[in-house]
Design a binder for this molecule. Structure first.
Ligand SMILES: [Zn+2]
Length: 436
């Protein structure tokens, strides 16, 4: 039996890579109290703001050449602003590693980190194993759309099987990031079988994936009565996790699901612990704020190459005031709305893309708010708020939706008096709260 912990340590030493030191530091932080963590956080904020005001041309200009000490004095940062800015946000003399965002909730753009921060990110990613009660070195599967090349040596050391979820696609439309909205969509069954064979042989203790990817694979597990695709722990990220999706995945893969809130820019912002009462924000790494409309605003406290300061994520969430009984000093948040790339599974097993319905509805300027709920497996209800949408337009929309959804699932459009939601548009593939 190879002692992968010892190997990791040796490799870290040989490569002079600090990721293990960072990991041990983060592990220590897991045991700190809320106020101890707040001290670390406020010191990091001060240091970051001083650095950005003095060294990063983009922020110097944004701060009006002033040294700003308080986050609240700093205007928020949008994705479009960063896309337009490009390299300007970066401190130029550092050796850079380029990354690309997915572009599913806003424009895709490139951003940069340096080698040292890359090591810290690795440590942050190792910490999510702790929260999912899995030892580093136990076999696991990474099943996400791959945007960057994955390090094979790291895969060997951590016993990681990498499967590219983007291959689960129809034509040019990856399962998890559908872009071509008019196309009928079903994944390639041959690839699904290959994935099942590889997962079965790997005996993973943990699978890291997106809800929609595991819903799709789980539907085939049930349809074909596939045996042996089991993982005791499942970390889900990238999309809002709804109650029925969690239940379906837990039952199908026979494991415990841990919701993780992260983005390409910040892979591990908050995560559930074993109590599943909300997501613990890693306040030693991030500062999270909620805007008036509940949009989550993130400041990464450690990225000095391309600082993200008060960055608007387009995701919605809220603070949970109760303390978690696990005793962690990391505060809890809930995520109410995020990336819309979820799937609806019709009773006949066909996948329907959420994005199709949202795009049809959003073309109508008269609709102020809407909510789509799969109330039963064979019924999709679309609630809209609009004073001026004509009946014939409503009928046309319902017809378009039904044409796409097919016979096995009904679609109804109803005008609602109001929807208690902060956004102009809101989409739920499934309810995130139980319907009475
Ligand atoms: Zn907890």
């Amino acid at each position: 039996m190879i002692n992968r912990h010892a190997m990791l340590k040796n490799i870290a030493n040989i490569l002079n890579n600090p990721f293990l030191d960072y990991y041990h530091q983060l592990k220590k932080n897991n045991t700190l109290t809320k106020s101890e963590l707040e001290i670390i956080q406020s010191n990091k904020i001060k240091k970051l703001l001083e650095y950005a005001s003095k060294n990063i041309p983009f922020y110097k200009k944004k701060f009006g050449n002033k040294y700003l000490q308080e986050l609240k004095d700093i205007p928020t940062l949008s994705k479009q602003e960063l896309k337009d800015t490009g390299m300007v946000a970066v401190k130029p003399e550092r050796k850079l590693i380029k990354k690309t965002t997915s572009g599913t909730t806003g424009p895709a753009f490139m951003f940069y980190v340096d080698k040292d921060f890359f090591a810290l990110e690795l440590a942050r990613n190792l910490r999510i194993f702790d929260f999912a009660q899995t030892e580093v070195g136990e076999p696991w599967v990474l099943l996400v759309p791959l945007r960057d090349k994955k390090n094979k040596f790291f895969s060997y050391l951590t016993r990681r099987l990498v499967l590219d979820a983007a291959l689960l696609s129809f034509g040019r439309t990856p399962l998890c990031c559908p872009k071509v909205l008019e196309e009928q969509f079903q994944p390639d069954e041959k690839i699904i079988k290959t994935f099942f064979d590889k997962i079965r042989r790997h005996h993973p203790k943990l699978i890291y994936s997106y809800p929609s990817t595991l819903i799709a694979l789980g539907t085939y597990i049930r349809k074909w009565d596939v045996k042996g695709i089991i993982a005791k722990k499942i970390i889900l990220s990238g999309e809002v996790l709804t109650i029925p999706a969690r239940k379906f995945i837990e039952e199908t893969f026979q494991g415990e699901v841990f919701d993780l809130y992260g983005t390409t820019e910040f892979p591990a912002i908050a995560q559930e612990c074993k109590m599943h009462k909300g997501l613990h924000v890693f306040t030693d790494s991030y500062f999270i704020e909620f805007a008036a409309d509940n949009e989550i605003i993130v400041t990464d406290l450690d990225n000095y190459t391309m600082p993200f300061i008060r960055y608007k994520t387009s995701d919605l969430g809220h603070l949970i005031k109760e303390k978690c009984s696990c005793g962690s000093g990391f505060p809890l948040i809930g995520i109410t709305h995020g990336r819309v790339s979820d799937l609806i599974v019709a009773p006949n097993g066909q996948f329907l893309r959420a994005g199709f319905f949202t795009s049809i509805i959003e073309k109508n300027k008269e609709i102020k708010k809407y909510q789509i709920v799969q109330e039963k497996q064979d019924l999709l209800k679309i609630y809209i708020i609009s004073n001026s949408l004509s009946d014939s337009r409503k009928n046309f929309l319902a017809k378009r939706c039904r044409e796409y959804a097919g016979d096995s699932i009904g679609v109804s459009i109803e005008t609602a008096p109001d929807i208690d939601l902060p956004l102009k548009q809101f989409f739920q593939t499934y309810p995130t709260r139980e319907i009475e």
